[in-house]
Design a protein around this ligand. Structure first.
Ligand SMILES: [Zn+2]
Length: 264
């Protein structure tokens, strides 16, 4: 079987284990069903996720022009604390910014090899955690907008990491129940005074189950360095496919690339 199209991040569905769907120009392939099969990935070009241009992807699936102009690629996507929509200030496109920033947000703890703090729009739960490869997650605050969540994250990241270390995430083989509620209690004292009313005490820890066994070797490849790759798929975690022999690819990092996928 052969498929061709633009890569978007894999769609996911919570379950035991989590179900993954490769999204190639809207063709959805259940990737769990491909575990045990040989896949060949061939890079064929680019298609910007915003304008469809065939210019090389600059960052996050966008061509260079869109990365600097699209409201979906603005700095507040990465740094919520820079949000301005709650002040009525436009950055690139006020309608889009209002939709993204003036929505309820969740501040959470997640275990991705380390306990980290993060921020997401409420409707991105649990997708955001799955994309990061978190095995446990716990919401600790719900805010009315992105700015407030960003400010809470800023205060907490002096005490906890806020980035996922992909190597630790892929290598992690933590099996026991990790009590994120302990961490919630510990970091409570660092919660900014003015946002105390957003703090949530009684959410339950969410455990996420991936179709994945810890590989002996972590060696991440990209289609830039390796435009053709063939290997036997043995697992999936976060947005990474894991191939036999210790080769992994981050599908999300290839958004806006086009590829041919062959299944043997
Ligand atoms: Zn573009």
């Amino acid at each position: 079987m052969k498929f061709h199209g633009q890569i978007l991040k894999m769609r996911t569905e919570i379950g035991t284990p989590i179900q993954y769907y490769m999204n190639l120009s809207g063709d959805m392939l259940n990737v769990n069903l491909l575990i045990g099969r040989s896949l060949k990935l061939s890079h064929t070009g680019y298609e910007c996720v915003n304008c469809g241009s065939s210019q090389p992807v600059y960052r996050m699936g966008f061509c260079k022009k869109c990365f600097f102009e699209s409201p979906y690629a603005s700095e507040t996507i990465i740094r919520p604390e820079l949000s301005r929509a709650h002040l009525g200030e436009e950055e690139r496109n006020f309608e889009v910014e209002k939709k993204i920033q003036l929505a309820p947000h969740i501040v959470y703890l997640a275990y991705t090899g380390d306990v980290k703090v993060g921020v997401t729009r409420e409707h991105q739960v649990p997708t955001r955690w799955i994309d990061q490869g978190a095995t446990f997650a716990l919401p600790i605050a719900k805010t009315e907008n992105r700015y407030e969540a960003g400010m809470i994250e800023m205060a907490l990241k002096n005490h906890l990491p806020d980035k996922t270390n992909y190597r630790k995430m892929l290598q992690d083989d933590y099996e026991d129940d990790l009590d994120l509620a302990d961490f919630r209690e510990k970091i409570k004292e660092y919660f900014p005074e003015e946002y105390q009313n957003f703090f949530r005490h009684d959410d339950e820890i969410i455990r996420l189950d991936y179709p994945y066994d810890t590989p002996e070797k972590i060696s991440v490849f990209s289609l830039d360095k390796q435009p053709e790759f063939e290997g036997k798929l043995i697992g999936i975690k976060g947005q990474y496919l894991n191939f036999e022999g210790g080769n992994q690819i981050n599908i999300r990092a290839h958004e806006g690339y086009t590829m041919t996928l062959e299944i043997f």
